[in-house]
Design a binder for this molecule. Structure first.
Ligand code: SDX
Length: 393
């Protein structure tokens, strides 16, 4: 008797769930946000239009777009006392560590938007989180480099406001480069939602207990930080920089194929995509455009392209259906814009906050919703009697 109990692999409320928000066909490499193909949205819409789509189910008309934009921009500033929290962190703290802390701390401030049974309060919490993530993220960056925080400027676009708070200084006006602003918008759109990935499932599971929405998003940030998930963009760029030149690629390919080596090609492979991640295709084009238009000669893009070419012609990767994922080229874009690698996953979190909120709201609006309770397959010892310390061998 191995002690294995029969396990009913039945439907559990967190092992899988129904959702109307995002559709992925991993074998065909298809990603739809509320039915719209991701490449069309990235090419033709703004991030706030996509946020409205994910949250409300439809692309906004002109009046809805203005209203939604107003609802977001009126929440871009943060409570002045919340800004004090930054002074308690080490200057060299990883910005994702700061974001876990500061977003969780929002639960100690915004008490008028935490009644999860009140749709109006849920909406205010959602708008606050979407609006404040760029402000908090920019502050984490400014704090790390010892520069003063900049207040939001609501006359700017979502992406433009974030760029100015991050790279602007009080001493002079910040000129937003439209090439960079456009790349930023596309980066945010491409990473906004991805059905039941690890961090979204974390937010759903935390939210299913009725927890404070700000604390739930902080849990999502913590999960996203992992290098197997959103932290892969930072790890992928560090890997490309470590490879350095195309002639060193075979060494890393060999390591990735070596079962005894824990190294994996960062930015490659996916739990669901067994075809090319459609976001990676768009991200590669964004990367090429931004490097060309900004006239940046960064060898890592060539290394990325050559690594992709070699890997996609290698039987190991072909057999295991390993393709570049969203994180493979996103770092090239963020690096070209001027972000340090430590900020890459923070940008992913700014974008994915929209998806987390949309998925959390969908769950909270479900009248049948119950607390999540993943089941287990017990493989431990069968029942046995206690042995007093004096009798143990
Ligand atoms: C994201 O879920 C989402 O939707 C996530 C995400 C989102 O938008 O939320 O898409 C964002 O997290 C993208 C993934 C970012 N992570 C990375 O790029 C890290 C590197 N990739 C891997 O660690 C890996 O591919 C995972 C974690 C993404 C998936 O790992 P799995 O579940 O083990 O992948 P698998 O089962 O398909 O692996 C099949 C085989 C395994 O070998 P065998 O056990 O069959 O011998 O391929 C191997 C894996 O060891 N493999 C790799 C590899 N990824 C998988 N080998 C070398 N390099 C890799 N990158």
């Amino acid at each position: 008797n191995t002690g294995r109990f029969t396990f009913d692999p039945g439907f559990t409320s967190t092992a899988s769930c129904e959702s109307k928000i995002t559709y992925i066909d991993g074998d065909a490499g298809i990603l739809l946000y509320r039915g719209y193909p991701i490449d069309q949205l990235a090419e033709k819409s703004s991030f706030l239009e996509v946020a409205h789509l994910l949250l409300n189910g439809n692309l906004p008309n002109a009046a809805e777009n203005d209203e939604f934009t107003k609802n977001i921009t009126r929440h871009t500033m943060i409570h002045e006392q919340l800004a004090q929290f930054y002074r308690g962190f080490r200057r060299d703290a990883h910005p994702m560590a700061i974001m876990c802390g500061i977003v969780g701390a929002m639960a100690a401030f915004y008490h008028d938007s935490t009644d999860i049974h009140d749709p109006k309060q849920r909406m205010i919490a959602s708008h606050r989180l979407i609006a404040k993530m760029p402000t908090l993220a920019a502050m984490a960056y400014k704090y790390s480099i010892g520069q003063p925080f900049l207040y939001p400027d609501n006359s700017l676009s979502f992406a433009g406001n974030f760029l100015r708070m991050t790279f602007g200084v009080p001493a002079e006006p910040y000129i937003i480069d439209p090439v960079v602003e456009d790349a930023m918008e596309k980066l945010l759109i491409l990473q906004a939602d991805h059905e039941q990935n690890a961090s979204t499932s974390t937010v759903r599971l935390a939210g299913s207990s009725g927890a404070n929405p700000f604390a739930c998003i902080s849990a999502g940030i913590a999960c996203l930080w992992g290098p197997a998930h959103g932290g892969a963009n930072e790890a992928a760029l560090n890997m490309l920089r470590e490879i350095g030149t195309p002639d060193r690629i075979p060494e890393f390919i060999a390591r990735a194929k070596n079962k005894d080596d824990p190294f994996r090609l960062m930015g490659f492979g996916h739990r669901v995509y067994k075809n090319y991640d459609p976001r990676a295709k768009v991200m590669a084009t964004v990367a090429k455009n931004v490097l060309d238009k900004l006239n940046i000669k960064d060898p890592i893009f060539d290394v990325a392209r050559e690594l992709e070419r070699i890997a996609l012609s290698d039987p190991y990767f072909i057999d295991k259906k390993l393709y570049p994922n969203v994180d493979f080229y996103s770092g090239v874009v963020m690096s070209a814009i001027g972000f340090p690698t430590s900020m890459f996953t923070v940008l992913f979190a700014i974008s994915r906050t929209v998806g987390w909120i949309a998925q959390w709201t969908e769950m909270m609006e479900d009248p049948e919703q119950k607390i999540g309770r993943p089941r287990q397959l017990y493989t431990g010892p069968t029942q046995r009697d206690f042995v007093p310390l004096s009798n143990r061998p």
